[in-house]
Design a protein around this ligand. Sequence first.
Ligand code: CMC
Length: 428
Amino acid sequence: MSETARLILENQEIELPVITGTENEKALDISKLRASTGYITLDPGFKNTGSTQSAITFLDGEKGILRYRGYAIEELAENASFLEVAYLLIYGELPNTDELEYFTNSITHHTLLHENMKRFFDAFPIGAHPMGMLSSMISSLSTFYPESQEQNRSVTDIERTIHRIIAKLPTLAAQAYKHNKGLPIMYPKNELSYEGNFLHMMFGVPTEKYDVNPIVEKALNKLLILHADHEQNCSTATVRVVGSSQANLYSSISAGIAALWGPLHGGANQAVIEMLEQIKNDGGDLDKWINKAKDKTDSFRLMGFGHRVYKNFDPRATIIKKAADEVLEALGVEDPILNIAKQLEAVALSDEYFVQRGLYPNVDFYSGIIYRALGIPTDMFTVMFALGRLPGWIGQWKEMIEHSAPIGRPRQVYIGTTSRPFVPLNKR
Ligand code: CMC
C-alpha cells in the first residue's frame, strides 16, 4: 500500500501521496493540492521544495555525501577523467573504452568556432567581464546552429548539440580571457587533452611553444570533476526552467551561466579571493572580519562559508583543501592568502555563530587558491566553475526533456493593491 499524508484544511481532510526516493528521501506530492482545495504552498527560495525527481546526483547535506549516478565524488575526483564524468552525468553510465573514445573524438573535433564569432568578441570592451562575454557567446551559438531550436529535432541533432557545446565552451572561455587582456587568440590543438587544450588556449602565445604542465592539467581535471553537478542549485534550476519552455540548449546554458555569475552562487570563488586580499591588506585582523560577518547590521558575509544544503561539511571543500596544499607544493607556489584562509577557517569553526548555523567552508573557499596557483586570473574563476558545471547542466536538461517535464511556472500569493478605478493624469 502506498504511503499518504493527511492534511486537515478548513475541516476537510486531504490525502497527499508520499514519494520516497531510492535513498529513502521523503516528499509530499502537492501537485494536485490547488485543484482540490484552492491552496498553494509558499516557499520563498524553494528552501523546502523539490522541483523534480532526478536520477543524476544524490547529496546528503547532513552527512556530507555527494554522488554522481551512485559514484562517490571522492572516488571520481581521484580516479576519473573529466570527460568520463561528463559522459556519466549525461548518459547515466561510465563509458567503456569505445564509448569514451567516440565521445572524446567527437568533442575534440568540434572545438573550433565560426570565424564570424571573432567579430562579436571585437565588439566587447577590453576588460569586459569574461562571464558576461561567455553567457552572450553561448547564446549566440544557437544562431549558427538553428537546428538546435527545431521542435522535431532528432536524437542525433541533440547529441551533436551536446558535443558542440562541451567542445566549444573552453574555446569561448579562453577567447574571452584573451579579449579581456587584449591578447591574440589561440586556436585549439586536437592532440591535447580537454584540459590541456584549454590551458594551451589560455596561456599559449602565437610566438612561443607552450608545454602543458601535467601537474596543472591534473589539478584542473580534479577541479572540473568536483564542480560537475550539484543537483537542483540556482543555475541548474535555471537551466531546467528555461529549457522547460522548449528553448534550445544554447539559450538554456547561457541562462545557467548568468545565474552562476552571482556572488551567492558560483561568483563566490572570485568574491572569496577578493575578501582574503582585503583582509590581508587591512592588516589581517581576523576577529574584526568575523565580527563583521556576525553583525546583522553589516552586509558583509564570510564568502565561501555556508551552503543551502550542506550543514556539517561540504565534501568538495575537503578534497579541494587537500588539493590546494598539494598543488601549491608541487608548483613551488607560496601564497600568503592560503594561510589567511586556513586561519579564518579555524577561527570561524570555533565560533558559536558559525557552529550554530552550520556554516562551514564550501567548494568555493579553497578553489580560488588553486586557480591562482595555476595562474588563472580572479575574474576567470567563475568561468572555471562554468566549465566544470556544464555536463551537469546538460545532463539535467536532457533528463528534463526525456521526462517531458511541464513548463516551469511557480505560483505566488498576491499582496498588492486590490482592484481600484483608473485615475486620469490631470487628476493625480
Ligand atoms: N557569513 C555570515 N553569516 C552567514 C553566512 C555567511 N557566509 N551564510 C549564512 N549566514 C547566516 C545568515 O545570516 C543566517 O543567519 P540568521 O539565521 O541569524 O538570519 C543563517 O546563516 C542562514 O543563512 P541563509 O542566508 O538563510 O542561508 P541560505 O541557505 O539561504 O544561503 C548561502 C546559503 C550559500 C547563499 C549563504 O550561506 C551565503 O551567502 N554564503 C556566502 C556565499 C557563498 O559562499 N556562496 C557559495 C555557495 S557554494 C557554491 C555553489 O554551489 O553555489
